[in-house]
Write a protein that binds this ligand. Structure first.
Ligand SMILES: Cc1cc2nc3c(=O)[nH]c(=O)nc-3n(C[C@H](O)[C@H](O)[C@H](O)COP(=O)(O)OP(=O)(O)OC[C@H]3O[C@@H](n4cnc5c(N)ncnc54)[C@H](O)[C@@H]3O)c2cc1C
Length: 646
């Protein structure tokens, strides 16, 4: 159980406005002048932090306890790379190995590349996958709690999905449907029945559905409006057509116009939609092109910032078009059900790894064992196996030996346990994002370097709060909460899931029993330029200690749920913070190429060069598990031939 030692000192705290102002003053003219675009400037603006126990905090139990969000070690290494303190030339490597293929990054993209390699590899070919965290999965990992003997698993980041359609031709299939079929993941998934003697409540099965227009009504959602007294709750406000909210009539009408707006524009092709919509933000689309009030764009921020990193003021209307956003799409059918494995998309990562190295997860090749079995770390990196996975290993330098056009191999230098190691590979896949690639890929062509400089990455925080019981939510008649964020508040939304049941893993669904309340928390500052928003967000995420977040979360829960009987000392069993410094590549207007005919930055990166290919979900625009694996698969097809030559 995490300590709640700070909770008694709830009389003093720094507000968010204090923080933003403080950071802005600290960063001085660069930030305020809006000129923070260059790498050096960005680097200078990210505050120096020395993460330690006070920063990282409690990690739960089980295999993932030492790896929740970015670890202090991975973060410190990355900052040393950025600041030029670590480079390949600093020390003589303590070991040298040769592989046909090296994949850098063990998230869904790297695992997608690895899966394709395993299927296509020729006899004798070898591959090493490096990741800088203590466990594979990237943003698709899980937390585990033990609350009074009850095992509870929750997502660290990526977590929800619709079951994709069946596949008739695997070769031409792509994305979610391809991998779901290929990995033979069950299509019948089990959830808990809500006890018949309890008053009716509706549950989301993931941590997103309750924010999606249309699907939201499948969940008992309470909207909390701060006021000078205790604040007021409006339950199921969209079902009630906002009649139960304290909003004035004009605001209500404006929100209802937005919420009810369907697919208002017909495009003859996706290309036509892209060329027009990628020239404006979703907010501009709503206000300028649709004549709507500002309220819809503000409400849309909740979902957009949770799935793309920032809000409607800087998200391309084309990205919104690809999501089910009002004015561009009709709402999804309420019959569509979101799903989430116990650890969210960690389930997919585990399926991929089981295919790559069958002994990596204890037990048989079946759903229950893959999802809930223990990881056999010793099996990951054994000599002689077709693919090895090496964790806690940070690539610091990647470059061709000689001219990329006719080079015969690539040198990779990585750090592990404070020592430098060298690898030689015939082909390399960078399944890592542009924020690190720009520093470690040393012989980038100019066009690639320029393109990488155009990506903007937003941070994210997933705080999982293990509860001994959730009577306070039951009393309120809700399973998800959204609040109108007021000065000094923490977060925007939280919910409990109806937990998936997997074999012997049978988490309860009863207000007297334990559960996990998840706060999916973006950092967005509407109205500021995108560069400033992502820098402020990272500063806020990285400079707040575990104890301060713990206090902010408990304080917020008291504000929301105190009147319904929430007691932190009795009800909270532990809090895990999962901090993602570069969670999302933000699809801003122009990300997809805008109106022009020049290739979009992502398409330049997709071309690769020499023996190096790039595959990461950031290239997709909307980061998604199947799309990430597809990027890795495409990158593999680009280096496959290079692996045959020497
Ligand atoms: C909060 C949150 C919620 C999300 N929800 C969903 C969802 O519901 N559904 C969905 O499909 N997607 C969701 N996503 C998107 C998710 O990002 C993608 O689905 C996917 O997991 C990303 O995989 P990736 O391999 O592209 O990147 P990553 O997961 O970022 O993997 C890259 C890996 O490379 C490692 N690495 C970086 N630098 C180095 C280095 N120098 N050396 C070695 N290793 C390095 C990283 O630490 C990481 O492990 C969510 C993302 C976040 C942050």
């Amino acid at each position: 159980m995490a300590s709640l030692k700070r909770v008694s000192g709830l009389d003093q705290h720094i507000t968010r406005r204090d923080f933003v102002n403080g950071v802005a003053i600290g960063f001085g003219a660069v930030l305020l002048g809006g000129a923070a675009t260059g790498h050096a400037q960005q680097a200078a603006l990210v505050p120096a932090v020395s993460p330690g126990e006070d920063w990282y905090g409690y990690g739960g139990v089980g295999d993932y306890r030492l790896s929740h969000g970015n670890t202090p070690q991975a973060m410190a290494e990355a900052h040393r790379i950025r600041d030029g303190i670590v480079s390949s030339g600093l020390a003589e490597p303590v070991s040298t190995e040769e592989y046909d293929l090296v994949i850098i990054g063990g998230g869904m993209a790297g695992l997608g590349a690895a899966l394709e390699y395993i299927k296509q590899r020729r006899e004798g070919q070898s591959c090493l996958l490096l990741d800088n965290h203590p466990i594979f999965g990237g943003e698709s990992k899980e937390n585990e709690f033990n609350v009074n003997g009850t095992r509870l698993i929750a997502p660290q980041g990526a977590n929800g999905f619709f079951i994709p359609g069946e596949v008739s031709d695997m070769e031409s299939a792509s994305g979610d449907s391809r991998y779901y079929a290929e990995l033979e993941i069950p299509r019948e998934l089990e959830y808990r029945d809500w006890p018949a003697h309890r008053k009716p409540l509706r549950f989301c099965q993931d941590n997103y559905g309750y924010l999606v227009r249309g699907l939201q009504e499948n969940t008992s959602v309470g909207h909390f409006f701060s006021d000078s007294n205790e604040g007021v709750w409006a339950n199921d406000m969209w079902r009630q057509k906002l009649a139960n909210t304290p909003l004035d009539a004009g605001v209500r009408q404006s929100l209802l116009d937005w919420y009810g707006a369907g697919s208002n524009i017909h495009f003859v092709s996706d290309e036509q939609a892209r060329k027009w919509l990628d020239t404006m933000s979703y907010k501009e689309f709503l206000e300028r092109e649709q004549g709507m009030g500002a309220e819809g764009a503000k409400y849309a921020d909740l979902f957009l910032a949770s799935s793309c990193g920032l809000g409607s003021d800087v998200i391309s209307a084309y990205a919104a078009y690809q999501l089910p956003m009002p004015g561009l799409n009709d709402p999804p059918s309420p019959a569509m059900k979101r799903n989430s494995f116990p650890g969210g998309n960690s389930g997919y990562a585990r399926y991929f790894v089981k295919k790559l190295i069958p002994q990596a997860i204890a037990g048989e090749d079946n759903f229950e064992d893959i999802i809930t079995g223990r990881i056999n770390f010793n099996a990951l990196d054994r000599p002689g196996q077709p693919i090895r996975i090496r964790l806690d290993s940070t690539a610091v330098s990647v470059s061709h030996s000689g001219n990329p056009a006719d080079s015969e191999r690539v040198e990779i230098v990585y750090r592990r346990g404070g020592k430098q190691h060298r690898l030689w590979a015939k082909g390399v896949i960078m399944a890592t994002g542009g924020w690190i690639n720009r520093y470690i890929v040393k012989d980038l062509p100019e066009a690639h370097a320029t393109a990488l400089g155009k990506f903007r990455h937003a941070p994210f925080l997933v705080a999982n709060v293990a509860l001994t019981n959730w009577q306070f939510l039951y009393k309120l008649g809700i399973t998800a909460a959204i609040w109108d964020r007021a000065e000094g508040d923490f977060g925007y939304t939280c919910n409990i899931r109806n937990p998936m049941q997997v074999g012997a893993y049978q988490p309860p669904l009863d207000p007297d029993q334990p559960t996990v309340l998840s706060f999916y928390t973006p950092f967005y500052y509407p109205g500021l330029p995108i560069e400033q928003q992502v820098i402020l967000g990272r500063a806020e995420l990285f400079t707040t200690s575990y104890a301060d977040y713990e206090e902010q979360i408990i304080r917020q829960m008291i504000k929301l749920f105190g009147a319904a009987g929430f007691d932190p000392l009795r009800d909270v069993a532990g809090i895990i913070l999962n901090r993602w410094g570069h969670a999302y590549s933000v699809p801003y207007p122009g990300f997809y190429g805008g109106a022009g005919d020049d290739p979009a930055p992502r398409d330049i990166i997709r071309q690769g060069y020499g023996r190096i290919a790039f595959g990461h979900s950031e290239l997709d625009g909307l980061q998604h598990w199947g799309g990430a694996a597809d990027e890795g698969r495409r990158a593999y097809s680009q280096v496959k031939d290079a692996m045959l030559s020497s």
